[in-house]
Write a protein that binds this ligand. Structure first.
Ligand code: HSE
Length: 326
């Protein structure tokens, strides 16, 4: 039976992009980035979905929209009926580039729907519901909790521990122009791996977590290596092999494919002086393979998904522009 509870007139959420795996932590490690999407929801007499930002043309604006669907998952879980919604979304997160755009939509949609009905679901419950949809907890965990997350999914329940990113840790992302669907990048992975490769990843992923947790940033260079997914995905991202092998020579602390790609993500020490040189190396290497890319200098985001204070009589885009300071 559905309950009549305190449904608010409007709720709005800011949710960060994320990078998954960080090299060896396949389907396990994630980090939130300061690149955002904003979502607003209002109960309505008829469902309407307004999408703002680049690359939104192919996203459905009816009840098959992912944000609408995850909102309904939250309402069903809470035993509340809000069948018709007005949803607005603006996103700066590039789609299908390995920066967690779908995880941000899922988390943003769930957190916003939960706020609209007075927050009956805990963050942990939202994490589990979101992971059940994504099938891996790394991106959704980072978008929800912020910082660096170490996550586990046992098929029923998602668990996490959040680490505070080191204050000097920054990110340089090289984002190719082409899209790579996660499904395609998972399809190239083998069904089984050798014991030797499994041990390689357990040891490197463990060392990486310890290095990030203890602030021993120079260890990242050795720790951020992977044998479970990157070697198989290299053929999908020309130039990736050379970048993984050589980026540390140009000042990166470590480098990895961001999630399922195609973005390549270098961790850098913000106090170091190598960013321009590294940026050029990333762009030149991709360009030699005929790949046009853009770079973004990013920082870890510490907050995760944030419910915005009850907005005044502002339109959604006024709210977003106010948030962006434009
Ligand atoms: N851990 C996932 C993968 C992230 O590498 O396939 C993709 O979103």
């Amino acid at each position: 039976m559905t309950k009549q509870i305190n449904i608010r007139p409007r709720a709005a959420v800011k949710v960060p992009a994320s990078t998954a795996n960080l090299g060896p932590g396949f389907d396990t490690l994630g980090m939130a980035l300061n690149l955002f999407a904003w979502i607003e929801m209002k109960p309505s007499s008829e469902t309407q979905i307004h999408l703002y930002g680049d690359e939104m043309n192919d996203i459905p604006c009816d009840k098959s929209n992912l944000i609408y669907k995850v909102a309904q998952t939250v309402f069903a879980e809470a035993g509340v009926a809000v069948p018709e919604l007005e949803i607005s979304m603006y996103s700066d997160i590039p789609l299908a580039r390995g920066l967690g755009s779908s995880a941000a939509a899922i988390i943003g949609g769930m957190v916003c729907a939960n706020a609209l009905i007075g927050n009956p679901l805990s963050q942990d419950r939202i994490f589990t519901l979101a992971t059940a949809l994504e099938k891996h907890p790394d991106n959704v965990g980072a978008s929800l909790f912020g910082g660096i997350v170490v996550t586990v999914w046992n098929g029923e329940r998602a668990e996490h521990i959040r680490l505070e990113p080191h204050p000097a840790l920054e990110v340089l992302a090289a984002i190719p122009e082409f899209h790579l669907e996660t499904e395609k990048a998972r399809h190239v992975l083998p069904q089984s791996v050798s014991m030797q490769d499994a041990v390689f990843n357990v040891s490197h992923s463990s060392l990486l977590v310890a290095a990030l947790a203890s602030g021993k940033l120079p260890l990242i260079r050795q720790a951020m290596k992977d044998k479970l997914h990157q070697p198989y995905r290299a053929a999908l991202v020309p130039g990736m092999k050379a970048i993984l092998e050589n980026a540390t020579e140009y000042g990166a602390l470590g480098v990895a494919l961001s999630g399922a790609g195609p973005t390549l993500l270098a961790l850098v020490d913000g106090q170091g002086v190598h960013k321009v040189q590294l940026e050029q190396f990333l762009l030149d290497t991709l360009q030699r393979e005929g790949i046009t890319a853009a770079t973004l200098r990013l920082k870890p985001n510490a907050e995760g998904a944030v419910v915005l204070p009850e907005p005044a009589q502002q339109s959604f885009m006024e709210l977003v522009k106010g948030e962006m300071g434009v």
